[in-house]
Design a protein around this ligand. Structure first.
Ligand code: COA
Length: 334
């Protein structure tokens, strides 16, 4: 079977209007702007309103991506929604996005749970359906309302996260799959480290009860220093594998977009990969960690401000809950 190139036909993103600054957080927990900036690089993040759920953010980003692609929701064959903060355990957020976009029913729709690697994992999955010719258009929309699982009494985590969504429409291009669009992707799972970053209660292992609620076990818990060590080691390794799978070397990469979790992790990984600062796309200072959406939001920002040029090779790298890792090389706009 001859495979088709999977290309990005359009992208879009959405972040809520409300800004939560480090100074605002100083009023909530015992922290300082200086600590947050020096340990994470984050200055502010966006917070969804009470009546905005993850699917609402996703629909906004999806509409922007459809408009960018010049397509309608009825052109889609599949809505794939990477998220760790679904509106409900079920129905899936992807089903709600399909309905919210007013799209027809003759399509696949499901969520993908791979933490902050969400958008990278999502592109990798979409690519398979496009490459084989099974589908013609896949919407990958990574969306998170992380503030719905944030423990606002835990200063070590509540300063890190924000809400937002990023979407891409993946379609088939002409020519060689090795030369266009989503070129070399690698995804990995280190389940033995899953306990380092989790929501302890509310699943089948530990249904939420009064004790769990009192202990905020329905919220995100993280061993920050251990996650930091895993990320600094794992990110350059998986990035190198994706670059090699794309048949490239580090010097062929024009732009790097890493999961926007922490500027120190991004800087350390860039040094290990020998990528100069001017080739790094970074917006963690404005939006904090938006989990699986962060690489999509940064990609959209760089596209809309004119940094990305046709033919540019872009390396996307994700890492997060699971523990999951993933990286992919994308050749822009040919
Ligand atoms: N404000 C002020 N002090 C804080 C604080 C905050 N918001 N959060 C933690 N501290 C304190 C701790 O209580 C600790 O104090 P102590 O020494 O008196 O006990 C001190 O700062 C150091 O804590 P530590 O957890 O060792 O800090 P760190 O240098 O490892 O930085 C993180 C913490 C979370 C920023 C860092 O571990 C990190 O970025 N980890 C990876 C997180 C990540 O990327 N997660 C997402 C993965 S998808």
């Amino acid at each position: 079977m001859s495979l088709k190139p999977a290309v990005i036909a359009g992208i879009g993103s959405y972040v809520p209007e409300r800004v939560l600054s480090n100074e605002d957080l100083e009023q909530i927990v015992d922290t300082t702007d200086e600590w947050i900036v020096s340990h994470t690089g984050i200055k502010e993040r966006r917070i969804a309103s009470d009546d905005q759920a993850t699917s609402d953010l996703a629909i906004e980003a999806s509409r922007a991506a459809l408009e960018d692609a010049g397509m309608s929701a009825d052109d889609l064959d599949f809505v794939l929604c990477p998220t760790v903060t679904p509106d409900h355990l079920f129905p899936s957020t992807a089903n709600l996005v399909q309905a919210g976009l007013g799209a027809h029913n003759d399509m696949a729709a499901f969520d993908l749970l791979s933490g902050c690697t969400g958008f990278v994992y999502g592109l990798h999955v979409a690519r398979q359906f496009i490459a084989t010719g099974e589908m013609e258009a896949v919407l990958v929309v990574a969306s998170e309302k992380l503030t719905s699982i944030t423990d606002w009494t835990d200063r070590s985590t509540c300063v890190l996260f924000g809400d937002g969504a990023g979407a891409a429409i993946v379609t088939a291009g002409e020519g060689e799959p090795s030369e266009k669009g989503l070129i070399g992707f690698v995804v990995e799972s280190y389940g033995e480290h899953g306990h380092l970053l989790d929501v302890p209660a509310g699943g089948s292992r530990r249904p939420l009860d009064a004790e769990g609620l009192a202990n905020h076990e329905n919220c995100l818990h993280m061993n920050g220093p251990e996650v930091f060590k895993l990320a600094v080691r794992g990110v350059p390794e998986v990035a190198e594998k994706a670059i090699a799978r794309a048949g490239m070397t580090n010097s062929d990469i024009d732009w790097v977009i890493m999961h926007q979790a922490n500027l120190r992790i991004i800087d350390a990984a860039a040094r290990r990969l020998d990528i100069p600062d001017e080739r790094m796309i970074v917006n963690v200072q404005k939006f904090g960690n938006t989990s699986g959406a962060s690489t999509a939001i940064a990609l959209d920002e760089a596209y809309r401000d004119g940094r990305l040029q046709p033919g540019d090779n872009i390396l996307l790298v994700g890492f997060g809950a699971g523990f999951s890792l993933g990286a992919g090389v994308l050749r822009w706009g040919l």
